[in-house]
Design a binder for this molecule. Structure first.
Ligand code: SAH
Length: 266
């Protein structure tokens, strides 16, 4: 591994020096702002898609912060090696404990107490809307992105890191998962979406999948917008939407439908 040390980082992100305390003084704005701290070999991948649209605008406006902690400078020796062959043999490489550990220490040094420390991992608990909401309710999150075969188990044990998965599939690295999860959390922060109400009745918020949406033109390829949506009768529109939501959920996600019904019975 002899890639160049990456010194550039995204607009709002910071390449952490080996003296993490500098973060507090150099970037006082971080204090009190919801912050995603990402430990990664690829800081240039951030903010990525998070720099676009609503999350991007909110980032530019300082409504949340992104901090990348580049693993490379913590690498060992002249070549800053971050990985080594798996103990016991086998394919691939494993991120070293003595590289990942100090990077985590740097992240923790600039994090308020209680910020969740998460390793993105296909073995982890499946990420969902509830977890996104609990992250959004806090002051941020520290995300460790793995690469290769993953991270030395002793790091996960030592820091008691929570493993979280984007889904039952294997990615090449944690960065895409991190962006997906940060997106889901940040959009639940107050002020990030233009219309805050839109997070209340969307899919996975109220236990139902969202009803179909339509917009202009009124007719497209011979298909019309359901008449009720043009009636101007707000109560009927709401009733129709709820019926559609219930039907969609029942058809597509019997698991969600059962949970929804149980909740209604309580
Ligand atoms: N050998 C590992 C997979 C390594 S994939 C295993 O079989 O469990 C390389 C990295 O990609 C992982 O360390 C993790 O950080 C990330 N990754 C892969 N799939 C992921 C998923 N479904 N959710 C979150 N992160 C994932």
């Amino acid at each position: 591994m002899n890639e160049p040390v990456n010194k550039s980082a995204g607009r709002k992100s910071i390449s952490v020096s080996l003296k993490p305390r500098e973060l507090m003084t150099e970037h006082p704005r971080l204090n009190g702002v919801w912050t995603a701290q990402i430990i990664t070999l690829f800081p240039k991948a951030f903010p990525g898609v998070l720099g676009e649209s609503l999350t991007g605008r909110a980032l530019a406006e300082g409504k949340w912060c992104l901090e990348t902690i580049d693993l490379r400078p913590y690498g060992i020796g002249k070549h800053k090696n971050v990985d080594d062959t798996p103990a016991g043999g086998g394919a691939g490489m494993v991120l070293r404990a003595d590289v990942v550990g100090p990077a985590i220490d740097a992240a923790l040094a600039s994090a308020p107490v209680g910020r969740p420390l998460v390793y993105l991992s296909p073995r982890g608990r499946r990420f969902d809307q509830k977890m996104a909401q609990s992250w959004a309710d806090g002051n941020g999150v520290i995300l460790l992105c793995g690469r290769f075969e993953g991270v030395d188990q002793r790091v996960l044990d030592h820091y008691n890191i929570q493993e979280v998965s984007l889904g039952d599939f294997v990615l090449t690295g944690g960065e895409i998962a991190a962006q997906a999860m940060i997106d889901a959390a940040v959009r639940l922060r107050p002020d990030v979406l233009g219309n805050a109400a839109s997070t209340v009745d969307e899919s996975h918020s109220n236990g139902l999948l969202e009803h179909p949406q339509y917009t202009r033109p009124a007719e497209w390829k011979g298909r019309e917008i359901p008449e009720i949506l043009s009636s101007g009768h707000h109560a009927n529109v709401e009733k129709w939407r709820l019926e559609q939501s219930r039907k969609l959920t029942q058809d597509r996600r019997p698991d969600l439908w059962d949970a929804y019904q149980n909740k209604q019975d309580d």
